[in-house]
Each structure stands twice: as structure tokens, then as C-alpha cells.
Design a protein around this ligand. Structure first.
Ligand code: C2E
Ligand code: CA
Ligand code: CA
Ligand code: CA
Length: 276
């Protein structure tokens, strides 16, 4: 017990120091990846229950560092948001997605659009919507081939710039998804006031529904409500056939999760699409 108590104090201090060092290392890795154009975009397919095919995919950034190995976006995105690198990174990611849509002639497959995660920091940029349009036009990508995923925190400030960017892109023909629904608060208010087409149910509320009766009831009614509002519903974190079956039963139209596939490279994604 003595050792533990003593250890605890040193631990906390060590951890903080360790975290600062780690963040510095991640920051360096991100900077290097940007300089050398080494960021990768992987694609996780999204299955349409009605169509019985993959009708879209989510673009997820991947970073591999020589020394550190794979670094999770959960670790480096917040750093990039703090130091502003997310701006350049976001443009690089969108550029790669648009090039992919163009080069692999995605319009000729079952894949109607690619979902791209956009950070609130990007939405705060004065000319964000213009940059998006420029990049898409560079590769002849049509507005309905890109779908932008944002979380509630993106809209929480309700800054004029954020709103102007969203409205401009909606007008242009890009649809928006509300990401991680159920993990935050003020959900219903956002759904009523923001122009979302798709609601993505957070994987934790999906998993909870299979662990507790109460959570199962709230999920069922949430899906019922979203259906009545004529919103498309994507369930994230679908890991088993049982989950897929039950979610389809209670009215979920689109499935995303490891049961179908993890995020894969562009080449592997194309193979998956051709195989179905
Ligand atoms: P997210 O937008 O909620 O993305 C879904 C995350 O859940 C991804 O993790 C995905 O790999 C993971 N996932 C999908 N299906 C399953 C499943 O069945 N089981 C489990 N256990 N996990 C599953 P990932 O790729 O590590 O991304 C984490 C977060 O990083 C994303 O959460 C998103 O917030 C952020 N992120 C990823 N790529 C980008 C990007 O290009 N731009 C921005 N701004 N953020 C990104
Ligand atoms: Ca997302
Ligand atoms: Ca999500
Ligand atoms: Ca998330």
C-alpha cells in the first residue's frame, strides 16, 4: 500500500510529462507527414439495407510514423486542431477523397457519395466553403458525391462564420450528417434547427442498447423519431449479425461497423465494391 501511495503521486506527474512529450512527438509526426505528403485516407463502407449494397463510405485519416508506428486520429486530430494544422490537413484529406472519386470512377459503382469528417476549426475559417468547392471542381466531383460529417460541438458556438459556411455548402448541394448522435447533449434542438440529412448514431449508444433494456427502449424510440422526421439513420459500431438484424428490425437504414468491414485502403475498398 505504501508503494502504491507513493507511486501514485509520481505516476501522475510522470504521466503529465509523458503526455506532453507524447503530444510533441505526435505533433512532429503530423508535421512531417504533411511535409512529405504521407497522410493516408482509408474508407469504411456503409451498407444500405434497402439497396443491399454499399452505397457510401466514410473517409478516415490514417497516419503511420517510422518511429511511433500507427497513430490514432483520436490522438492527433485534437493536436492538429489546437495548433491549426487541421486546416491544411483537412484540405489534403478532401483533395485525396476527391481524387479518389474521380480516378476510380466512383460514379459508376454503387457508391453514391463519400462522407468526410470536418472539424469545427475548419468551419470557423472565413473562406472554408469556397475552398471545398475549388477542390471538388478540380476533380469534377459533383456536390452530391460528398457528404460532410460534423458533430454537435461544431455548431455549438453558432458562430456566424460556421453558419455561413454550412448554408453556402447546403445551397451548393452538399448534404450534412450529424455525427456521434447520442453522445452529446441538446440533440433534438440541433436536429430541428440545422439542415441535416443523415443522423449517425454513436457506437456507444448502439452498444448500450444491447447491454441494457432501458438503453434498448430509448434507442428504438430515437430511431422511430428520426424516421418520422424523414432523416436517414446510420448505425455505427455494428459488430455482429445480431446487431445488424435487430437494428434493421427497429428501422435503421444504413449500417457501418466491423461486422461489414474496418476502414481499408482505396485499393482494398474498390476490391470490396467489385466483389459485392
Ligand atoms: P468518428 O467520426 O466517429 O469515426 C468512427 C470511428 O469508429 C473510426 O475510428 C472507425 O474506425 C471506428 N469504428 C467504425 N466501426 C467500428 C466498429 O464496429 N467497432 C469499433 N470498435 N470501432 C469502429 P477512427 O478511424 O480511429 O477515427 C476516430 C475519430 O477520429 C473519428 O471518429 C473522427 O472524429 C476523427 N477522424 C478520423 N478521420 C478524420 C478526418 O479525416 N478528419 C477529421 N476532422 N476527423 C477525423
Ligand atoms: Ca465520422
Ligand atoms: Ca461517429
Ligand atoms: Ca467520434
Amino acid at each position: 500500500a505504501k508503494r502504491l501511495q507513493k507511486g501514485r503521486i509520481t505516476y501522475a506527474k510522470d504521466y503529465d510529462l509523458g503526455k506532453i512529450k507524447q503530444d510533441k512527438a505526435f505533433e512532429k509526426a503530423v508535421k512531417q507527414a504533411l511535409d512529405r505528403d504521407e497522410l493516408m485516407v482509408y474508407y469504411q463502407p456503409i451498407f444500405s439495407v434497402e439497396k443491399g449494397v454499399y452505397n457510401s463510405a466514410e473517409a478516415l485519416v490514417r497516419l503511420h510514423d517510422e518511429e511511433l508506428g500507427w497513430i490514432s486520429p483520436e490522438d492527433f486530430i485534437p493536436i492538429a486542431e489546437r495548433n491549426g494544422m487541421i486546416i491544411e490537413m483537412g484540405e489534403v484529406i478532401l483533395d485525396k477523397v476527391c481524387r479518389f472519386i474521380h480516378d476510380f470512377k466512383l460514379a459508376q459503382t454503387t457508391v453514391e457519395y463519400i462522407e468526410v469528417n470536418i472539424s469545427p476549426v475548419q468551419l470557423m475559417q472565413q473562406h472554408f466553403s469556397d475552398r471545398v468547392k475549388q477542390i471538388m471542381e478540380k476533380y469534377d466531383v459533383r456536390p452530391n458525391q460528398i457528404n460532410i460529417e460534423i458533430t454537435e460541438t461544431a455548431t455549438i458556438s453558432m458562430a456566424d462564420t460556421v453558419n455561413a459556411n454550412i448554408m453556402d455548402l447546403v445551397q451548393y448541394g452538399i448534404k450534412f450528417s450529424l455525427d456521434d448522435y447520442g453522445s452529446g447533449y441538446a440533440n433534438i434542438d440541433y436536429i430541428n434547427h440545422m439542415p441535416f440529412s443523415i443522423i449517425k448514431l454513436d457506437k456507444y449508444i448502439i452498444w448500450d442498447a444491447f447491454k441494457s433494456t432501458k438503453a434498448g427502449i430509448t434507442l428504438k424510440h430515437t430511431i422511430g423519431m428520426l424516421n418520422e422526421l424523414e432523416l436517414h439513420i446510420v448505425a455505427e459500431g455494428v459488430e455482429t449479425a445480431e446487431m445488424r438484424d435487430h437494428l434493421a428490425d427497429i428501422g435503421c437504414h444504413f449500417m457501418q461497423g466491423w461486422y461489414y468491414s474496418k476502414a481499408v485502403s482505396d485499393q482494398d475498398f474498390i476490391r470490396l465494391i467489385e466483389m459485392q
